[in-house]
Design a protein around this ligand. Structure first.
Ligand code: UD1
Length: 417
C-alpha cells in the first residue's frame, strides 16, 4: 500500500501545466462509442479512472491505444452491450455508457455505478430522461437493462441540473432520430466540452454553455481528433495548497473563465489572482483569511473543491462557514482533519471551522478522491510529519500529486508502506 509522507510548512513557487480534466475526458471517452471509426483524444490524464474506462471500452470490443497523453480509440469492433460488473462498479462514470451504448447497439446493461462514497448518488434523472426518449428500462437486482427500439428526439426538462444526467441525455440525443431539447441542463464546463467533442464528430448543437441545449440527432458521424482542457479541480487543489503555504504559482492549461467560483473563494482567503485566458497566476502572503462558502451547480462554488477549502479554512485566521448543498457525505474528511488538530463542527449541511495555524500533522486516511486531496493540503500546513493513507482514492483523479507539489517546492513523497 502506498502512503503519502509530507513535511509541511514549505512555501510553493513555480509554474505548472495542469493535467487534462478527469470529469471532461470520461464522458468524451464514452461518447466516442457513438461513432463507428477512429477517435483521437489528446491531453489525456494518466489517472486510474481513465485506465478503468479504457478497460471497459476494450471489454465492449473497442481497441484502445494510450501513448503518453494521447489515446486512440477504434470503436469499429464494438459488439457487446454489457458493461463488465467489476470495472463498472469501480467508477461512477460507467453510467455514462448507457446513452452511447443505446445509441450504437440499441441496448445496454450495466450495474448501478460505483465511485466515491460522498452521499446518495441516485440515477433517477438519467433514467427518466432516457425513458422519455423511448428507452425501456428495467432493474434486475443490481443490474440495469435498457432497450431502445426507437430512440426518438424529444423535449426534456431536468428537475435538477445533474451533470451526469445531462451528459447521458445529450449522448442519447446525438443518436436519436430528430431534435432533442434539454431544458434545465447542467452548465458545468465539462458539458460544454462534451458538446464540442460531439460537434467535432459532426453533430449540430445549439445553446452550448447554457441551460437549454438543442441537439440535432441522427447525423452521420465522422472520425475526429479532440483535445481535453486542463482540470479545473486539480488547478483549484493546487491553489488551495498555495493558500495554506504562501508563495506564488502560475498554472497553465485551465481556462480561468471556468474557475470563477473557485477564484472567488480564493480571493476571500487573501490570495491575489491575476488571470489571462490560459494562465492563472496567484500570490499568497501570510495566513489565509476565513471564508464563507456554499457549494452549488456551476457557476457556483464546486462541491469537488469543498474538502480542499475545508482544509484551507482549518488554518485560516478566524471563523469560517462552509455549506455543502450537493453531496451530503462530503464532510467525512472533517473527521480526519480533526485528528491532526483542526477545529470543525458539522451541523446539518454546514461545517463551522475555527482556524488554527499550523495544524499538528499525523497519520490520516483518505476515503474519497477530493477528500484525499484535501488531506494533502492539510499536511502541507502541518508542523510535524503527516502520513496519508488511501492513495488509491487520490490516484483516481490526480496523475502525480506528489511529483507536482515537489516540483513546486513542497516536501512530499509517495512511499510504499
Ligand atoms: C459529476 C462529477 C462530480 C461532481 C458532480 C457535481 C463526473 C465524473 N463527476 O458527478 O465530480 O461532484 O458532477 O458537480 O463528472 N442527482 C439525483 N438524481 C440523478 C442524478 C443526480 O438526485 O439521477 C443528484 C445527486 O444526488 C447530487 C446532485 O444531483 O445531489 C448532483 O449530481 P450530478 O450533477 O449528477 O453529479 P455527477 O454527474 O454524479
Amino acid at each position: 500500500m502506498s502512503v503519502i509522507r509530507i513535511q509541511g510548512l514549505k512555501s510553493l513557487r513555480g509554474e505548472m501545466k495542469i493535467q487534462g480534466s478527469k470529469n471532461a475526458v470520461l464522458p468524451v471517452m464514452a461518447a466516442a462509442l457513438l461513432h463507428e471509426g477512429m477517435i483521437v483524444i489528446k491531453n489525456i490524464p494518466r489517472i486510474q479512472d481513465v485506465f478503468c474506462m479504457i478497460e471497459i471500452l476494450e471489454a465492449l470490443g473497442c481497441q484502445c491505444q494510450l501513448e503518453g497523453h494521447e489515446l486512440v480509440i477504434d470503436t469499429r469492433g464494438l459488439c457487446r452491450s454489457q458493461v463488465p460488473d467489476e470495472a463498472g462498479g469501480r467508477m461512477r462514470s460507467s453510467i455514462m455508457l448507457l446513452g452511447p451504448l443505446l445509441g450504437r447497439l440499441r441496448q445496454a446493461e450495466t450495474c448501478y455505478p460505483g465511485g466515491c462514497v460522498i452521499g446518495r448518488r441516485p440515477i433517477d434523472l438519467h433514467l427518466a430522461a432516457l425513458r422519455q426518449m423511448g428507452v425501456e428500462i428495467c432493474s434486475e437486482g443490481e443490474t440495469i437493462k435498457a432497450f431502445a427500439r426507437n430512440l426518438q428526439g424529444t423535449d426534456l426538462s431536468l428537475a435538477f441540473p445533474s451533470v451526469g444526467a445531462t451528459e447521458n441525455a445529450l449522448m442519447a440525443a446525438v443518436a436519436a432520430r430528430g431534435i432533442t431539447r434539454i431544458r434545465g441542463a447542467a452548465r458545468e464546463p465539462e458539458i460544454e466540452v462534451l458538446c464540442r467533442f460531439c460537434e467535432s464528430m459532426g453533430v449540430r448543437i445549439e445553446g452550448i454553455g447554457s441551460g437549454f441545449l438543442t441537439v440535432y440527432g441522427g447525423t452521420k458521424l465522422h472520425d475526429c481528433e479532440f483535445t481535453v482542457p486542463g482540470d479545473r479541480i486539480v488547478a483549484g487543489t493546487y491553489l488551495g495548497a498555495l493558500a495554506v503555504t504562501g508563495g506564488e504559482l502560475c498554472l497553465q492549461g485551465v481556462p480561468a473563465t471556468h474557475m470563477a467560483g473557485t477564484l472567488g473563494a480564493l480571493q476571500q482567503t487573501g490570495c491575489i489572482c491575476e488571470i489571462d485566458p490560459e494562465c492563472i497566476c496567484a500570490r499568497m502572503d501570510g495566513r489565509p483569511y476565513p471564508v464563507n462558502l456554499s457549494t452549488g451547480p456551476y457557476p457556483e462554488f464546486p462541491t469537488d473543491l469543498q474538502s480542499v477549502m475545508l482544509a484551507v479554512a482549518s488554518v485560516a485566521d478566524g471563523y469560517s462557514r462552509i455549506q455543502e448543498n450537493i453531496f451530503e457525505e462530503r464532510f467525512a474528511t472533517a473527521e480526519e482533519l480533526k485528528k491532526i488538530g483542526a477545529h470543525i463542527t458539522i451541523k446539518g449541511g454546514s461545517a463551522h471551522v475555527i482556524g488554527k495555524y499550523p495544524l499538528v500533522g499525523g497519520e490520516i486516511w483518505a476515503s474519497d478522491l477530493r477528500g484525499g486531496a484535501a488531506l494533502v493540503v492539510a499536511g502541507l500546513a502541518s508542523e510535524k510529519e503527516s502520513r496519508i493513507h488511501g492513495y488509491s482514492y487520490i490516484s483516481r483523479g490526480y496523475e502525480d500529486i506528489c511529483g507536482d507539489l515537489t516540483a513546486l517546492g513542497a516536501e512530499i513523497a509517495l512511499e510504499e508502506d
